[in-house]
Ligand binder design. Structure first.
Ligand SMILES: Cc1cc2nc3c(=O)[nH]c(=O)nc-3n(C[C@H](O)[C@H](O)[C@H](O)COP(=O)(O)OP(=O)(O)OC[C@H]3O[C@@H](n4cnc5c(N)ncnc54)[C@H](O)[C@@H]3O)c2cc1C
Length: 831
């Protein structure tokens, strides 16, 4: 089972023991051609029948064979593997045959059919490096068992992960190639390559823990290997700590099951992987188990005294050039496009060690009973099993040393109250992929245009991406289901036209709650360019929300529909230069009724989005009745930006960023005539509307800030693991505060859904104060870690920081929100 190249191995268990016990000490790499020997007579089969079969079913197989040789890779592997060399005149070809062992087998074991299936799928549909497969024969009458024939890969195999005899620079390259090979196989989309039914997607670790726990109990006890109570404790610990992502299938994908350096073939001279071997344990399942398993050599051979002293146990004795564990993981994460795997790392390592320990126990038992295939050496397996059982106790220290404390490091909620539903999870995955495929790669192009003389024009790709996002169902996701229902009833259903209904239904989002949208908004916040691509950018979202909630049928048709379609953009004009606008009662802009019109006079600034060439609509807040009670003087009115009397005075900048092409405008209104039925909800209802608008909008800002901080964090970690200062990596000074703030924001979104805007006000205020401050701190640290580059336009950090900083003021300064929190608390205390 284990690797194609080990000569001495008799069973898979023995291989694990021999490898982990350090018995194989080959120097440098082995050539694949050096790893074959005589065919074990017990494994021989009818070669003539094989050649005949191959000549019929293998494309290009030599027809007039003058000579052939058959040799075997290792001896007695789980699935015996043979090298066939056929000659036809001067022409020679080599193939590899892999078959089930002879004799009676468990139904599910030695499934060469599955190996063929996965190799065929990957070889046909992906760039994952695998040997090409030529044919599968399930007819046991041909050579006694099912088999398949595949390409022979001439190359190198490194058996010792310490890479003895290899130059330090090449060690780094080889390890990076291994992590990239794992990332490439993890990136294969099972459904897309026809492996959708290759295994169960959920509860992989849960099933594996039970399987190996059962195995351990069978292998230990009276007359067998000693049963170690610590192992049983470990089983309990694992059962209690199975990550939620395992049952949700969040980290599900194609799993190799036995991924390690000695199961990959390198190019004969270049340090790149040309084939991943031994797919017998492959299935669909939790890919993090593969990642941890591939790292086990970082944890192997830990002296027991170290375990007892609770020392951290990242191996420091690796030869120069071998990356540290964080470096290896960073390579994997950046190649797989995955977040840093901190959340449940301890579990996955403990689980991998436990699996190994159960295997050792089985081998040790068989040694006691006198039939161990590893001979005398299998005796050490018992010690191995015992020491592994203690490892989960110390992985915590190691975990903290490497990544910070557990509570600090959970980035995406995987447990507790806030767990995204499957529907949200699917949307989240799609969004992440969209961001990776289409948005991050274009960020610098958008940035270059926004710095050029053409800064106030739209990059042509933006509109194309909007269409793509629409097609993929990633459009208007911010619309809460209750607002969608109102619009559907008012403007779409009345048309009685199925086509029209369908069209507009797609425009009304995905029927999400504010809480559900929160998980998605966070992803969009990772790039300043992203929200508008999904028609989820401020201030359009807030303005659409106003129209959805308070617009009448005509207003919706005229303004909401083009906004929903993404054909126009909009601005919200409340703040005024001459008054302290955080107190909206100060606002002076006048909106006066005159016959069938209102006449607007006033000055506004910081109207975001008004510079955008697609901006058509302004929602203007002003006073209609100076004699009314303080909170009834305000009204909101819909204004076409092209109306006579409107002058865009200038774009404002935030720390030098003008946020072109959307911009923040200073606007003068001089005798602007607007139709009277453009008033929203009625005169004096401005405050009411502002409350409805600002609740969800504030949370969207907060969620985007979590995403921005998340991005900053990832960039910081990557950078800190790449760059050295004074001989050391800039790593390990990193703490992560995003999780605490994310919970606050989710809590606020949940309250908004359940209790409504008014009752959720204090929690929304808390989120609005906490999120920008957290994001600023994280982004500031990320800029610091990047050095001068962090302050430049070469990374997104400075722009993200500037945006986060504005949100300590925009949508209400911190102090105003702190006041709201204080008032609520005092009221609650009866004061
Ligand atoms: C990038 C950006 C985009 C914006 N987009 C828009 C937009 O699209 N539409 C729009 O209308 N506005 C927008 N604004 C304006 C924003 O909403 C206002 O700046 C904000 O409401 C504060 O108003 P102000 O600037 O008049 O500050 P002021 O009201 O003058 O307040 C100044 C300071 O006084 C202090 N303060 C205020 N109230 C209290 C209190 N109760 N207790 C203690 N201290 C207090 C705070 O420190 C506050 O920062 C935007 C602002 C920025 C920076």
């Amino acid at each position: 089972m284990l690797c194609l190249v080990m000569r001495i191995k008799i069973t898979c268990e023995a291989c694990v023991v021999l490898w982990l016990a350090g018995i194989f000490l080959p120097d440098m790499a082995n050539r694949t051609s050096d790893l074959v020997g005589r065919v074990d007579p017990a494994q021989s089969f009818d070669t003539e029948a094989l050649l005949h079969y191959a000549s019929v079913y293998v494309d290009g197989f030599p027809q007039n064979i003058s000579n052939y040789t058959l040799s075997q890779f290792g001896h007695g592997q789980s699935n015996p593997t043979f090298l066939i060399e056929v000659r036809s005149g001067t022409f020679a070809k080599r193939y590899v045959l892999r078959k089930k062992p002879p004799g009676k087998l468990l139904a599910s074991a030695h499934a060469v059919e599955r190996e063929y299936e996965v190799l065929h799928a990957l070889g046909t549909h992906t760039w994952v490096p695998v040997p090409k497969v030529f044919c599968l024969c399930t007819d046991s009458s041909v050579i006694g068992t099912p088999f398949y024939i595949m390409e022979y890969l001439e190359g190198r195999i490194f058996i010792d992960p310490k890479l003895p005899g290899v130059a330090p620079k090449r060690r780094r390259d080889i390890c990076r190639a291994v992590s990239q090979a794992l990332a490439s196989l993890h990136s294969a989309k099972a459904d897309a390559v026809g492996l959708g039914n290759y295994g169960k997607r959920k509860d992989y670790c849960k099933r594996q823990v039970e399987r190996w726990a059962k195995q351990y109990l069978l292998s230990t006890g009276e007359g067998k290997s000693r049963r170690n109570p610590k192992m049983l404790e470990l089983v309990d610990w694992l059962r209690q700590h199975i990550p939620l992502e395992d049952s949700l299938g969040e980290t599900t994908g194609l799993v190799h099951g036995d991924f390690r350096i000695d199961n990959v073939v390198f190019h004969p001279t270049e340090d790149r992987v040309i084939g991943i071997l031994d797919w017998e344990l492959s299935t669909l399942g939790n890919q993090m188990s593969d990642v941890a398993y591939s790292c086990l050599h970082y944890y192997e051979n830990i002296p027991l005294e170290d375990v007892e002293e609770n020392n951290g146990f990242e191996r420091s004795s690796f030869p120069e050039g071998i990356p540290s564990l964080p470096e290896y993981l960073a390579d994997y994460c950046s190649a797989a496009g995955r977040p840093w795997p901190v959340d449940q790392w301890k579990f996955y390592v403990a689980f991998s060690l436990f699996r190994g320990a159960s295997i050792y126990a089985g081998v040790h038992s068989r040694w006691i009973m006198g039939n161990a295939s590893g001979g005398e050496r299998a005796r050490f397996a018992g010690e191995k099993a015992d020491s592994s059982s203690k490892l989960h106790e110390t992985t915590k220290e190691d975990h903290i040393r490497l990544f910070g404390s557990e509570s600090q490091n959970q980035v995406t909620p995987t447990s507790g109250k806030f767990v995204p539903s499957e529907k949200v999870q699917d949307l989240r995955d799609k969004l992440i992929k969209f961001m990776e495929d289409h948005i991050y790669p274009r960020e610098s192009d958008f940035y270059i245009l926004a710095q050029s003389a053409m800064r106030w024009t739209i990059h042509p790709d933006e509109e194309k991406l909007k269409e793509l996002a629409k097609r993929e169902g990633l459009w208007n996701l911010f619309i809460p289901f209750d607002s969608a229902a109102r619009a559907r009833e008012l403007i779409f259903v009345s048309r009685h036209d199925a086509l029209v209904e369908n069209k507009f239904d797609r425009l009304l989002g995905a029927g999400l709650s504010n809480l559900e949208y929160g998980y998605l908004c966070e992803i969009m916040g990772r790039s300043v360019c992203a929200p508008q691509i999904f028609n989820c950018g401020a201030p359009d979202t807030g303005n659409m929300e106003v129209l959805l909630r308070y617009g009448n049928e005509e207003q919706m048709k005229e303004w909401l529909v083009p906004l929903l379609e993404g054909n126009i953009r909009s601005g919200f004009a409340m703040t005024e230069p001459q008054v302290a606008s955080s107190d909206a009662t100060n606002i002076e802009c006048s909106i006066k009724r005159h016959g069938d019109s209102y006449i607007i006079n006033g000055k506004k600034w910081w109207t975001s989005g008004a510079m955008d060439p697609r901006c058509r609509l302004l929602i203007v807040m002003g006073k209609t009745d100076l004699t009314a009670p303080k909170h009834k003087q305000q009204s909101m009115i819909l204004v076409d930006i092209n109306t006579a009397g409107i002058t865009i005075k200038r774009p404002l900048t935030v720390f030098g960023f003008d946020d072109a092409p959307h911009g923040h405008a200073e606007i003068f209104f001089e005798n602007v005539h607007v139709p009277a039925n453009n008033i929203l909800l009625g005169e004096g209802r401005g405050f009411e509307i502002a409350q409805g608008r600002l609740g969800p909008g504030r949370l969207h800002h907060c969620m985007r800030l979590i995403g921005a901080a998340e991005r900053g964090m990832q960039m910081m970690v990557q950078r800190a693991l790449e760059r050295r200062v004074f001989g050391k990596l800039i790593a390990e000074q990193v703490s992560n505060r995003t999780r605490e703030n994310q919970i606050t924001v989710l809590e606020a979104a949940d309250q908004l859904d359940r209790l409504g805007n008014k009752k959720a006000r204090a929690t929304i205020a808390m989120a609005k104060v906490a999120a920008p401050n957290m994001a600023l701190m994280v982004l500031d640290t990320a800029m610091q870690v990047h050095g001068a580059a962090g302050l430049s336009g070469d990374t997104v950090l400075a722009h993200l920081w500037a945006t986060a900083r504005t949100l300590r003021i925009a949508d209400g300064p911190d102090e105003v929100h702190l006041g709201t929190i204080a008032k609520t608390e005092l009221r609650r205390a009866g004061l």
